[in-house]
Design a protein around this ligand. Structure first.
Ligand code: SAH
Length: 491
C-alpha cells in the first residue's frame, strides 16, 4: 500500500506541470492507483458492469424461478486500458521500451536515464549488438585512424610501468575498448619489450557482447584448453602472450596488483544530466512522449536526484563561470567512476590515462547524436545513433582530489601535445622509411588527423559540420599514485 501511495504521489508530482492534453493521456492508466476515487478521473464504458457466469451444473432448461447461480463482479474501479493500447505498433524495440518506462513510471525520464538506455540497454542499446566504428559505421576514433595512436599510448604505459619500478605483475585495464584496436596496437608495439609484456594481465571492461567478440578476434586470442575442470580457463592474446579477461564493470576486475587504466573515448559515453536555467531556478531537462507519440524535452517541476550533483559541480566553479551559463551538463557517473579509479590506484599503486574530447571547465550544452558520420537529432530514432557529450575534465580533477590525497592529477593537455611529446613525429618518420606509397599517404593523413587542429579535409560529413581533426579538441589527463611522481609527458 505504501508503494501504491508513493507511486501515486510521484505520479502527481511528475505530471503537475504537464500541459493538459498530455496530462490527460497519462492520467488514465495511473488513476488506478487512487483506489477510491478512480472512477471520476476517467469514464469507463463498463461502469458498474456485472458479469454473469453460468453454472455448468444447471441445464439450459432448468427452472427459471430457481435462484440464479451468478457471481457478480463490480469492475467499476478497475483500470480500463485506453483503446490505442492494443493498436499494432511499429516502433523499434528500444523506442517501445523507452515509451514504456515513461508511461508506466507516470512521467518523463532524465536525459541521463535516456542516454543510458539508448547506449547500453542490454537488449537493444546502441553499442550492444554491433560494430559501430569506422567508415562503414557511425563514427571514427583515434585508434581506428592510425596504429600510431595505440603505439603512443603503449609508450606512455611502459614509461609509467618503469616509474612504478617495473613490477612483475600488473593489471592493465582498458575501459570501453571498442574494436580492441588500441590494445592490439599497444601489445604489438610493446611485444619486443618482454619484461614489460610478461608482467601484464590485460582486463577489458566492455558491456557489449558483440564488441567483446570483436576484441577477442582483434587481440588474436586463444582460449586455453582446460582439461582439469578445477582450474580457471585462461584466454591468451597471441600478440604478446598476455592473458586477457573481460568484465562489464571496473569493480569486477580483481584488485591487489599494481594497476594501469586506459580510458579512451569512454567518459564521453557516460550518461549526462542536463539542467536549464528557468524563472523558478535550475530545472532538469527530461525526455517525455508528446501527443503525436514522438519524444520531446520538458523541464522538471521540482528538484530531481541529479540536482545534488549539480550543486556539487557548481561548488567547484566560480560564481562568475556559472552566472554566464543558461545550461549546465553534469555527469554523476563520471564522478563515481573517477572515485572508483582513484580508490583502486590509491590502494594498488599505478595510474590512469583518460583521453577524450572535452573542456577543462563546466560544460554547458554538448550532448550530440551521430549517425553515419552526420549529426542528427538526439531524440530521433534512439538506438540508431551514437550519443556522446563533452567530458568535463575539471570535474574529474575535483572528484579525484576529493576521493583521495594519495593521487595526483595531471593535465589536461591537448592530444597534439600528448602525442607530440611522446614522440609521434619520430614514429611516423620511422614508419615512412619502410612502406609503399599508398601506406605513406595513409600514415601522413592519419598523423594529421591525430595531431592537427582539424581543417575541413579531415571531415567526412557535410561541410557545415565540425571538422574532424583531433589534435586540440581531444585532451589527455593522467591520475597517478603520488608514489609514482609526475608521469611523462605531463612533467
Ligand atoms: N575506446 C574505443 C571505443 C570508444 S566507444 C575507441 O577509442 O575506439 C565506447 C566504448 O565503451 C564501446 O566499446 C562501448 O561498448 C563501451 N561502453 C560504453 N558504455 C559502457 C559502459 N557503461 N560499460 C562498459 N562499456 C561501455
Amino acid at each position: 500500500m505504501l508503494r501504491k501511495l508513493l507511486r501515486h504521489r510521484s505520479y502527481i508530482a511528475n505530471n503537475a506541470y504537464l500541459p493538459s492534453p498530455k496530462r490527460s493521456m497519462l492520467s488514465s492508466p495511473f488513476s488506478f492507483f487512487s483506489a477510491t476515487s478512480s472512477s471520476s478521473s476517467f469514464s469507463s464504458p463498463h461502469t458498474h458492469f456485472v458479469e454473469n457466469v453460468d453454472d455448468p451444473t444447471k441445464s439450459a432448461s432448468s427452472d427459471s424461478h430457481s435462484a440464479p447461480s451468478s457471481i457478480s463482479i463490480d469492475r467499476s474501479s478497475l483500470y480500463n486500458p485506453p483503446d490505442h493500447s492494443h493498436t499494432p505498433n511499429s516502433d523499434p524495440d528500444l523506442v517501445k521500451h523507452l515509451k514504456g518506462i515513461i508511461k508506466f513510471r507516470g512521467g518523463p525520464i532524465s536525459v541521463g536515464e535516456y542516454m543510458s538506455e539508448v547506449l547500453t540497454n542490454p537488449k537493444a542499446g546502441y553499442y550492444i549488438n554491433r560494430d559501430v566504428f569506422g567508415a562503414e559505421g557511425d563514427f571514427i576514433t583515434s585508434p581506428e585512424v592510425s596504429q600510431m595512436f595505440g603505439e603512443m599510448v603503449g609508450v606512455w604505459v611502459m614509461c609509467l610501468w618503469e616509474q612504478m619500478g617495473q613490477p612483475e605483475r600488473v593489471n592493465l585495464i582498458e575501459l570501453g575498448p571498442g574494436r580492441g584496436t588500441l590494445m592490439a596496437d599497444l601489445l604489438r608495439g610493446a611485444s619486443k619489450f618482454k619484461n614489460f609484456t610478461k608482467s601484464l594481465n590485460v582486463h577489458l571492461v566492455e558491456c557489449s557482447p558483440a564488441l567483446q567478440k570483436l576484441q577477442h578476434q582483434k587481440l588474436k586470442c586463444v582460449d586455453e584448453e582446460n582439461e582439469a575442470q578445477d582450474t580457471v580457463k585462461r584466454t591468451i592474446s597471441s600478440l604478446a602472450g598476455t592473458p586477457v579477461s573481460w568484465h562489464t564493470l571496473l569493480e569486477e576486475v580483481p584488485s591487489g596488483l599494481p594497476t594501469i587504466i586506459i580510458a579512451h573515448e569512454f567518459f564521453d559515453a557516460l550518461p549526462i544530466h542536463q539542467f536549464q536555467r528557468a524563472s523558478r531556478g535550475w530545472c532538469e531537462k527530461m525526455v517525455d512522449v508528446a501527443e503525436d507519440s514522438s519524444f520531446r524535452f520538458v523541464l522538471s517541476p521540482q528538484p530531481t536526484p541529479a540536482t545534488l550533483y549539480l550543486l556539487k559541480r557548481c561548488k567547484w566553479a566560480t560564481t562568475e563561470e556559472i552566472s554566464k551559463l543558461n545550461q549546465i551538463e553534469v555527469c554523476p557517473k563520471a564522478m563515481e567512476l573517477t572515485e572508483t579509479i582513484v580508490n583502486r590506484i590509491s590502494s594498488d599503486g599505478g595510474g590512469a590515462l583518460i583521453i577524450d574530447y572535452g573542456l577543462d571547465g563546466v560544460i554547458s550544452d554538448s550532448l550530440q547524436a551521430i549517425r553515419k558520420h552526420q549529426f542528427v537529432d538526439i531524440l530521433d530514432n534512439p538506438g540508431s545513433a551514437d550519443l556522446s557529450a563533452y567530458v568535463d575534465f575539471a570535474s574529474i580533477r575535483h572528484s579525484a582530489e576529493e576521493a583521495s590525497g594519495e593521487v595526483s592529477v595531471h593535465g589536461p593537455i591537448t592530444q597534439s601535445q600528448f602525442l607530440g611529446n611522446l614522440g609521434i613525429n619520430f614514429r611516423v618518420e620511422a614508419l615512412l622509411q619502410n612502406c609503399t606509397e599508398e601506406q605513406a599517404e595513409s600514415l601522413r593523413t592519419g598523423y594529421w588527423r591525430l595531431v592537427g587542429d582539424g581543417e575541413a579535409p579531415f571531415w567526412e560529413g557535410s561541410d557545415d559540420c565540425i571538422p574532424i581533426g583531433m589534435g586540440t579538441r581531444y585532451k589527455a589527463m593522467a591520475i597517478v599514485n603520488k608514489n609514482q611522481g609526475a608521469p611523462v609527458p605531463f612533467q
